[in-house]
Design a protein around this ligand. Structure first.
Ligand SMILES: C[S@@+](CC[C@H](N)C(=O)[O-])C[C@H]1O[C@@H](n2cnc3c(N)ncnc32)[C@H](O)[C@@H]1O
Ligand code: SF4
Ligand code: SF4
Length: 352
């Protein structure tokens, strides 16, 4: 297959707000508002930033989340959804990731977003079939799944449920994945991310301790069983989004438990994250030490300078991670071909 000239980025993530109506155990993003002061939502600024990301940086895909994007309010979210159709017309794709609490059951609101052109929705589904789990995660798992069903029924093109694996939901994961698939949705997957080296205060939201849900090396055989099961399910046609190589590596506790994977291996940045003050970071939980000085509006005039700052920031990332979305984008950066770029939007099914 012909390898095309690498472009500037594979994808971007845009954190629209740090506000949320839940407090999931382990979520760091809701605490980022203490560190970064969000700027007011401004659709004109979004358009300028998105022109830079989709057209100047040539991203194919953008994920919009936050904390919780519905906290922007109906009009702002609707304006954003409508703006995104400008890029969809050029084959550029997106998804909006939500906990579903505000949208689920509100059929007028769901239809309003569809009428404004919503193409893809992603919801978190961490656990089903038990009440013995983090209260917020359990709630969003139910609202998220119902919302995905409802949006699919109303005709949205793409629906996806994302499962975040922790030390407390391991046993439920194959059933949760199967259920999301059986209901007709794609399935995303990630491992709980925390920062073992610098303490975990930022990751300790919600009523229980982070240590209650962290993965440990004692979980390694169960993690390997889950990974094997997911590989088997994927080979049997379950629409699991991460590549098989990710699940193979998941069996190694160096990645799944110690989070000892690092991004930044490639010729160009794999992903850029925009925070609610329009500044740029290597990912949603790293405040880039060197990228802090850049906004999304600076990209065309300061691109080379930005790339240097981006790689320096990720090289000095102390926590490491094993985010599947960053892993996949880094793999694509190393071996970029055009048809793989549609994998994020679930238009291309065979990304390896
Ligand atoms: C930060 S949330 C924002 C969108 C929306 N509020 C939601 O929960 O779906 C995006 C995704 O990150 C996941 N997440 C939150 N904290 C995490 C952590 N410490 N490690 C890995 N994933 C995490 C959530 O479960 C969710 O799937
Ligand atoms: S993971 Fe939970 S607390 Fe964090 S933004 Fe999503 S719903 Fe809110
Ligand atoms: S390794 Fe890269 S993607 Fe992972 S936490 Fe660090 S900067 Fe973010």
């Amino acid at each position: 297959m012909e390898v095309e000239t690498p472009k500037k980025i594979i994808k971007f993530e845009w954190l629209t707000t740090y506000e949320c109506n839940l407090a999931c155990q382990g979520c760091k993003v809701i605490k980022m508002g203490d560190v970064i002061k969000p700027k007011p939502f401004d659709i004109k600024k979004y358009e300028e930033g998105l022109d830079n990301l989709y057209y100047f940086a040539d991203a194919n895909f953008g994920a919009f989340y936050g904390a919780e994007p519905t906290m922007l309010g109906k009009k702002n979210l609707g304006d954003l959804v409508e703006l995104l159709t400008k890029y969809s017309k050029d084959g550029k794709t997106n998804t909006i990731i939500t906990n579903g609490v505000i949208l689920n059951g509100d059929h007028d609101y769901q239809q309003y977003l569809l009428d404004r052109g919503m193409d893809s929705i992603t919801c978190s589904v961490d656990v089903i079939g038990t009440d013995d789990y983090d209260v917020s995660s359990t709630r969003k798992s139910h609202t998220g799944l119902e919302l995905l069903d409802s949006m699919k029924q109303k005709g949205i093109r793409d629906t996806c449920g994302v499962v975040t694996m922790t030390g407390a939901n391991l046993q439920y994961i194959p059933d949760v994945v199967q259920e999301i698939h059986d209901r007709g949705h794609w399935v995303g997957f990630d491992v709980l991310h925390y920062d073992q080296k610098n303490g975990n205060d930022m990751f300790s939201s919600g009523p229980s301790k982070l240590s209650d849900i962290m993965l440990s090396r004692l979980d390694r055989s169960q993690i390997a069983e889950v990974a094997d099961r997911l590989i088997e399910m994927k080979s049997n046609g379950v629409r699991l989004f991460p590549p098989v190589s990710y699940f193979e590596m998941l069996k190694n506790p160096k990645y799944s438990v110690d989070l000892n994977w690092k991004c930044g291996d490639g010729d160009f940045p794999h992903c850029i994250t925009v925070s609610p003050d329009y500044r740029l970071h290597p990912c949603d939980c790293q405040i880039g030490k060197y990228t802090n000085d850049f906004t999304v509006f600076d990209l065309p005039k300061r691109w080379d300078e930005y790339v240097e700052a981006h790689f320096k920031s990720s090289a000095e990332c102390e926590s490491g991670c094993f985010w599947s979305t960053h892993f996949l984008a880094c793999e694509m950066v190393k071996d970029y071909t055009k048809d793989k770029s549609d994998y994020y939007s679930h238009k291309e099914k065979n990304g390896k």
